[in-house]
Design a protein around this ligand. Structure first.
Ligand code: ACO
Length: 205
């Protein structure tokens, strides 16, 4: 179960067509706990751009094979998710402490921490909101695809990603948030406030 106390929300980001969902759902107190120069925000349309291995898709490679995804394919998938943005919430943590020479075309002449894409994506995660009939049309949040770049692990970024996803689930009305993970990640999720429930089953086509 997600805690009953409502999180404080006031994101440094503004709602925009470039962002997957309204950043006001991201609690300000989680942003405040990140290392200096790091920001947590919704996935952006421009997050497929690879500059020195800094893209969202590159970050996911710590999880599994991502494969070759063209810019057009990324844009189509992003557009689908955007049209279902009350169901798919994907967040990233971006490290803005990146030299301007690596920040490429997204660099602004006025340094601005709230411009998505200036820095380097270092972590990502998703909460998918399932709409049920049981529990009086209850909503269940499913956490998926948690990834922290190998060189950024151990800085509590995974914890901040999970805290953010739990807070989003709570604010959109989920009565519980669940996830599947490997045995080796159980201690991490216990640190994030989860407990063992049931058994995961799988069928691969
Ligand atoms: N075993 C024991 N404790 C752990 C582990 C672990 N494998 N990983 C983290 N912790 C602990 C940390 O020590 C820390 O404890 P503390 O508060 O006492 O200091 C706490 O959990 C928070 O750790 P973070 O620093 O936030 O962890 P990190 O940023 O490294 O992220 C993660 C953890 C997401 C598992 C990362 O290592 C990763 O991306 N791994 C590869 C991909 C992966 O396995 N993703 C999860 C798939 S499951 C899913 O997506 C639903």
């Amino acid at each position: 179960m997600v805690s009953a106390s409502a999180p404080k929300v006031k994101s440094p980001f503004k709602k925009s067509d470039n962002l997957l969902f309204d950043p006001a759902l991201i609690p300000t107190e989680i942003q405040d706990c990140l290392p200096s120069g790091y920001v947590v925000r919704p996935l952006a349309r421009t997050d497929n751009q690879v500059r020195s291995n800094t893209s969202f898709l590159k970050t996911l490679e710590v999880l599994t094979t991502v494969g070759t995804i063209s810019d057009q394919a990324y844009q189509q998938r992003f557009q689908y998710l955007k049209e279902h943005s009350d169901k798919y919430y994907i967040i990233v943590i971006e490290d803005m402490n990146v030299p301007a020479t690596l920040a490429g075309s997204a660099t602004s002449s006025t340094p601005n921490l709230v411009t998505p894409g200036r820095g380097k994506i270092v972590a990502a995660g998703t909460i998918l909101v399932e709409r049920k009939f049981i529990h009086e049309l209850g909503l269940v949040g499913h956490i998926e695809d948690i990834a922290v770049s190998a060189d950024q692990q151990g800085k509590k970024l995974g914890l901040r990603i999970i805290e953010t996803l739990k807070a989003i689930g709570q604010q959109v009305g989920c009565y519980k948030v669940i996830l599947d993970c490997s045995e080796k990640n159980v201690p991490f999720y216990e640190k994030c406030g989860f407990e063992r429930k049931g058994v995961e089953m799988g069928w691969y086509v």
